[in-house]
Write a protein that binds this ligand. Structure first.
Ligand SMILES: CSC[C@@H](O)[C@@H](O)C(=O)COP(=O)(O)O
Ligand SMILES: [Zn+2]
Length: 212
């Protein structure tokens, strides 16, 4: 007889359905080109559902979702989880309230990451849409989006993210030449944050063009 699974199969099924439905819509916007991007959803205190590495996110199915523990190790499968699994599990480990993490590679996100890499951050202020970020109730706010140097070593990237989180709370960051990570307590909040980042980053890029 097979050993019992250490997570609830129904919780995985719900998370996988939610990931597939949302990622299909995000991919249709062109935010996940060429198999890029990865997505996860917490299923309990010790496990998260996450995309299998290298899958076409525009054609994702529930079979492309697997389970990892919060050390980033596969659970009850020999499939390989996202190459960036550690960037997900570090947030689940650190914040019990984080329930969903969305990573995309839109053109706006990638261009902005290059443009603001020198400064190390991008400032978003004066926009009504800043109220889309949980905890903000006015346009008279400022969100600083950090831009981290890219690395293929996830331990290096995760250490940079931890150092930033030690300084102040945030709902997302850019990686230079790479893309955006955004998160929230559940899929709806993470998606609202992702969409707000994408919209505001797009506004800043357009403003720069007009001001030239
Ligand atoms: C196809 S290049 C993009 C990858 O290197 C990576 O950044 C990415 O977002 C997707 O990797 P994955 O392993 O499929 O989760
Ligand atoms: Zn990526």
């Amino acid at each position: 007889m097979n050993a019992p699974l250490p997570f609830d199969r129904e919780a995985l099924r719900r998370a996988a359905g939610e990931i597939v439905a949302n990622v299909t819509e995000l991919a249709a916007r062109g935010w996940t080109p060429a198999t890029s991007s990865n997505f996860s959803r917490r299923i309990d205190a010790q496990h998260a559902a996450i995309t299998v590495s290298g899958r076409d996110k525009g054609r994702l199915t529930e079979d492309d979702i697997m389970v990892v523990d919060l050390e980033g190790q596969p659970v009850a499968t020999d499939r390989k989880s996202s190459a960036e699994t550690l960037l997900h599990t570090q947030l689940y480990k650190r914040f019990p309230e984080v329930g969903c993490i969305l990573h995309t590679h839109s053109q706006n996100q990638t261009i902005a990451s290059r443009l603001f890499a020198g400064a190390g951050h991008m400032r978003l202020d004066g926009y009504e849409l800043l109220k889309a970020f949980s905890g903000n109730d006015t346009h008279e706010a400022e969100i600083v989006v950090p831009v981290l140097p890219n690395s293929q070593d996830m331990h290096t990237l995760a250490a940079q993210v931890d150092a930033l989180l030690d300084r102040r709370p945030m709902w997302g960051y850019l990686i230079d030449g790479h893309g955006l990570y955004a998160w929230g307590t559940d899929m709806a909040e993470a998606r609202r944050h992702l969409e707000a980042f994408e919209f505001l980053i797009g506004c800043e890029l357009e403003l720069r063009k007009l001001q030239r």
